[in-house]
Write a protein that binds this ligand. Sequence first.
Ligand SMILES: [Zn+2]
Length: 85
Amino acid sequence: MREVEPGEVPPDGGTAVQLEPGRPVFSGHGADDYVCAECGNVLAVAMPPEYMNRKLRIKCAQCRTVNAAVEVPGVDYRAAFKRPG
Ligand SMILES: [Zn+2]
């Protein structure tokens, strides 16, 4: 994850708000855990990488940082949400 830059607004993404530190917003059956870029608090666990696309934001319950997912090469993000292009 990375921090959202000032003025950066996702065009059609959503922000998931974590309610309590230590309670991941998402949990899945994938290989990767995702932590807050600022404090290292766990935001999502075992998520398949294709769901952690660039439109996703997660607000950390511990430090209030809004984290953006980082897309990595080689992952087919269209497979997760049927995203065009
Ligand atoms: Zn945090």
